[in-house]
Design a binder for this molecule. Sequence first.
Ligand code: SF4
Ligand code: SF4
Ligand code: FES
Length: 583
Amino acid sequence: MAKKTTKVGGAKGKKTTKVGGAKGKKTTKIGGAKGKKTTKVGGANTKGVVAEKVQEVTLTIDGKELTVPRGTTLLQAAQGAGTEVPHYCYHPGLSSPAMCRLCLVEVVGAPKLLPACTTTVADGQVVLTQSDDATRMRRGVLEFYLLNHPLDCPICDQSGECDLQDHVFAEGREHGRGREAKRVLGRDDFGGDVLFYGDRCVMCTRCVRFMEEIEEKPLLTVVERGNRAVIDTFFDQGLEQSDWAGNVVDICPVGALVSKDFLHKARAWDLEHTSSICPNCSQGCNIELHTRDNLVHRMKPRTNLEVNGHWICDYGRSRYEWLNRSDRLEVPVVYAEERNKAMGWSAALEALKVRIDELGKSSVKAVVSPFWSNEDLGAVSGLVKTLGGGSVVFRSPRAEEEIALTGYEGLARRKALAPNEAGAELLGCARVGDDAGQGGLEDLADHDGVVLVLGDALDDQPGGFAPNATLVVYLGAYVSSALVSADFQFPVTTFAEQEGTFTNHTGRVQRFSPALSGPGVARPAWLVLGALLGALVDEKGPSTAEQAFGLVAKAVGSYQGLDYETIGAHGAPSGALVPVPGD
Ligand code: SF4
Ligand code: SF4
Ligand code: FES
């Protein structure tokens, strides 16, 4: 079974989260956080709202006494106590229509079972989620779901991470009693990356509510009534008109909505899940990289109520293939006697140290990539200072438009299409070049001192880059035709192959973990440069990413007080709001 993502309750930034009320009522977020425009009941304050005295109620769930804020739903209270109440239509980022009836629980004294997703807690309430009545009812509901469900788990992409599969396995009947033929709806192309398998749908309407409430583009709807009800698009208006439609695939609890890109690519239980940060714009959405056989197969959102809630954009989600490129530098290469020679790390770094010692203090011009980590960029800054000082620039692509997720405040595909421009700016690097991330390197190309390149393969530059330089060093992940005759070419890992941090457009520092193994003997740039720097100044360089970040935190005032522990799994503000030009 594939590893499960930790879910964080509550919905930040959403304008219409409704708990236990009529549709459209603008209220009540439970246990949530920032960004929402209305008063929150029973939790921490939203921005600018003066603290109210939180009213608490005490109730018992399955014999466990709990005290929770008034307004909490039974489902959330049970989750807080470690009891998962099965559910389909409830999602912490959406309104709750209470239509799947899977979350029915027994409340002692109530005349009938109540939906846990919309019933709020009351003082002295006694709730039983596992009573005979509750489990009998769930068993019955599940049997109804299976009347038409095709049970095509062996060919369904959701298999292994399907809520219907899990609930039926846990509590369903061993054998179905239905004798009638199942309804057959077949497959429909909803547009964009989304395919719809109507037979598998449990009609939870999460997808419809996402489009209405979060993207605020109602491109999906329920057509027909009763047992003929089916999800559909409006005539020829498909999900290609959406910029966030991939989220409906994520929140569909069964395999009714699947990704064309991922279709039949891998079984869920074969995928490793690694916490990471989306590298495709400066928003810094929290994601998981799902990998198998050392290849990234998909990117999924990781809940962070301070940055992206439960959502990511289609632009970011679809741009992971560059992490699987095979034209990689794999071993250190030293250019001598008009030919390239592969070397081991020790010999190559020793040869570079000898060259640097021969040159003495030099003026350095460096170009780095904002797709590389704070730790890597910090190591470049340190080396430039040690070699004699100079300038560091970066190039990065810019989109013409920002693409906001209108129903979720603070989340947008930013114009700055690199994850660590803010980190580069904080380290004193200056942006050059155009909005395609090209040009702007005339200074470097003519430089007659040391030229250092990190991460940018200079694809727009001619071969033999910087012909007048006394020394050219390229630390890169990919083979570069412009730098094929650089004095030293060192293979370094991408962010997906190492631990590190990016700083997003608000100055929030966020950690990522290695999801892939680097090719050959590639190593993180901070490790390579740290070893070189250590040899030059006769000190031990950092041996972990955490130590490398410690050096960056010392050098950058607004990172002070931050370390990997304080940054944690969901990032921490750096105290610097970094204006990313053009953002
Ligand atoms: S397609 Fe999926 S998300 Fe939409 S209603 Fe059906 S089961 Fe729910
Ligand atoms: S908004 Fe930016 S960071 Fe978030 S998923 Fe899209 S491209 Fe990635
Ligand atoms: S989750 Fe409560 S009725 Fe659907």
